[in-house]
Design a protein around this ligand. Sequence first.
Ligand SMILES: [Fe+2]
Length: 232
Amino acid sequence: MKLGIFTDPHYSSAELTCGRRYNSRSLAKIEAALARFAAEKCDLVVCLGDLIDREPTHEAEATNLAALARVFDTAGLPAAVVRGNHDAFSLSKEDFYRILGSSRYPADRVFEDKTLIFLDACHFASGRPYAPGDTDWTDTFLPDTDGLRARLSAVPGEAIVLMHQNIDPNIRADHSLKNAAEVREILEQSRKVRLVLQGHYHPGTENIHNGILYRAFPAMCERNDAVFISEV
Ligand SMILES: [Fe+2]
C-alpha cells in the first residue's frame, strides 16, 4: 500500500507564527503534495493533523478549511485527515468533517492484508474531549483503551497505527499522551503492530522500541520538503 503523507500544515492567513511556522504557504504546499501523490499513484493520502491554525474568527477558519477541501476535491485521491490539537481548537469535530468532507474522516481502513487504525487523542487526561477554544497541547490522552484493544483483536493481519500526538518514548513528554505507556503496551501485546505514524512533534524523528517503528513526520509549515511517500 502506497501512502502519501504530510502533517502539520497549520494553514491560516498568517505569514509567520512562532518564528518558524509559515502558515499561509501551506495551501500551495498541499496542492503540490497532492499533485505528486497523484502522479506517484498513491492509494491513500494521509494528513496527520493540525491541518489548520487559528484565525480571529471561526468564519475565517471555516473559509480556510473550505479552501483546503476544494484542493482535496480537485486532486481526487482518497484521503484520511486526522484532527490535531490546532484543528480541535478552531472547530468542533462535527464542523471540521462537515466542511472538509465526511469521506476524509479517518475511519479504520483495510488494504489487502493491512488495516490502518486511526487514533484520536484530542482529549484531556480527564477523558474530556477537546472543544473549540478549550485545548491543551501538553495534556493529551486516549480515553478508550478497551476500544483500541477490541479494534486490534478484530484485525485479521497486520495493523498500522496513525495518530497526531505522540507515543514514541523518545519524544518529549509534553508532546506525548498521558497514557502513552499504556497505549504502547496494548500495541505490543497485540503482536499485530510494527509501525506507528505520527505528527505533532514538528522536528520529526524515528525510533524503534520493543519491535515497533515509531515515525513522526516533520511539520509541513516549517519546511519546504515535508512531503512523504511511504510503501507500507
Ligand atoms: Fe502542529
